[in-house]
Design a protein around this ligand. Structure first.
Ligand code: PMP
Length: 407
């Protein structure tokens, strides 16, 4: 990074906000982990090869042939109405009652994060986020010069008493909290889920301190047991802004996500979206709409759940069998990630190059903290590698940790 700054002849010309735009540790890793001999437990890419690719190809060809003039044209900034209606049906699976007019379609949930931060956050404003938190959200918050204050989580998700203490302290300091950003279900990176009892508590505390909640929920339908969790938004339509995405349930490459917000906020988001992109891709939106209209998408998501469940099981079994004593990890009930804690004294970031030399990659925990924390942690993903590669990756990783312990 330092070298980058030294060789950047434009550095004096950038806006102050560009200083917060630095490459994430994940991005830096991608160059190395794409080598075939490396088992990557680092990326978060969904396993899109499991989609019925022929059927999708046929459907898209048919869509362009029959309605090309619409599909290849600009659309509305708020997004296609037919798609927004289908999105309401998807969210109903998590108890959310909403109308199509309350939704803005975005270029992935990532753009929703960007637009929300753009309309709410001035430089120095406080945004609360779990510790650890989604690296892409932290990047967005940094790019708008937010002051991220972390609130710890444990195996049952965000800790309500810690949330209350943090809000109390910030109130004493006279600092305005713009929103709480949370991934309550199958969290990235920790793999934990906010319990039902804590959901009620978090809503109550945020109501008491009058704090908005940004509920980011791309993994909600990728649960391995039982019915989907009830979204926070299902119980408070005024306080909760909900972000959804088809990246994990259908295909990340289509870049279709959405935000569900109270009407006034929704109107601002549409204006912000207009100036950012004019409108989301009609091609992608209509492909998703057509997919939801014509393909057995509920069955296909069920297939994804089974595929990821098998990989989660493979990873948890391999960790239990192979990891040296003193390591602990979370047991995700859905989503893509396990969060591993190393024995005291070990540093996941310092260890990463040695792991790469042993041909295994992970993301060091430090990328998921805005405050320099996370050294003893790493994120392990099981979404993309085939099960036998997951096992091999964990075997290599266990060997590296073993060596670190004796060093
Ligand atoms: N939020 C979280 C928690 C994520 O894990 C991701 C994807 N890694 C996103 C948002 C962005 O997803 P999208 O592809 O919809 O932009």
């Amino acid at each position: 990074m330092e070298q980058h700054a030294r060789t950047d002849a434009y550095v004096d010309r950038y806006a102050a906000r560009a200083a917060g735009m630095v490459p994430s540790e994940i991005r830096a890793l991608f160059a190395v982990v794409s080598r075939p001999e490396v088992v990557s437990l680092a990326g978060g890419a969904p396993y899109v090869s499991a989609l019925p690719l022929d059927a999708v190809g046929g459907m898209i060809g048919e869509l362009v042939a029959s309605r090309g003039a619409e599909v290849l044209q600009y659309g509305s900034a708020q997004g296609d109405e037919g798609l927004r209606e289908r999105i309401c049906e998807v969210m109903a699976l998590e108890g959310v009652q909403a109308g199509a007019d309350e939704i803005v379609v975005t270029v992935g949930a990532q753009q929703a994060l960007d637009l929300i931060t753009k309309i709410f956050v001035d430089p120095g404003d406080v945004v609360l986020a779990e510790a650890p938190s989604y690296v892409g959200a932290l990047g967005t918050f940094a790019s708008y010069q937010a002051d991220v204050v972390h609130v710890p989580l444990d195996d049952a998700g965000l800790v309500p008493s810690a949330l209350r203490e943090t809000l109390e302290r910030l109130r004493r300091e006279n600092r305005r909290v713009k929103f709480l950003y949370t991934v309550p279900t199958f969290q990235n990176p920790a793999g934990v889920t906010l319990s039902a009892a804590r959901r009620a508590e978090v809503l109550e505390i945020c109501a008491e301190y009058d704090v908005l909640i940004v509920e980011d929920n791309p993994y909600g339908l990728i649960g391995f047991d039982g019915e989907p969790m009830r979204a926070l938004r299902a119980d408070d339509a005024e306080r909760v802004i909900y972000l959804g995405s088809f990246s994990k349930t259908i295909a990340s490459g289509l870049r279709v996500g959405w935000v569900l917000a109270p009407h006034a906020v929704r109107a601002k988001l549409v204006l912000a979206a207009e100036s950012a992109i004019l409108c989301p891709s009609n091609f992608s939106q209509l492909a998703v709409r057509e997919y939801l209209n014509t393909q057995p998408w509920r069955e296909q998501i069920k297939g994804f759940r089974e595929l990821y469940r098998e990989r989660r099981d493979t990873m948890l079994d391999a960790l239990a069998e192979l990891m040296p004593a003193g390591c602990t990890w979370t047991r995700p009930a859905g989503g893509f990630f396990v969060w591993l804690t190393l024995p005291e004294g070990l540093d996941a970031k310092a260890m990463a190059p040695r792991a790469l030399a042993e041909r295994v990659a992970y993301v060091p925990g430090t990328g998921f903290y805005a405050d320099g924390g996370g050294h003893r942690h790493m994120r392990l993903s099981y979404c993309f590698p085939e099960p036998h590669r997951i096992r091999e990756g964990v075997r290599r990783l266990a060997g590296v940790v073993e060596q670190e312990i004796v060093m």
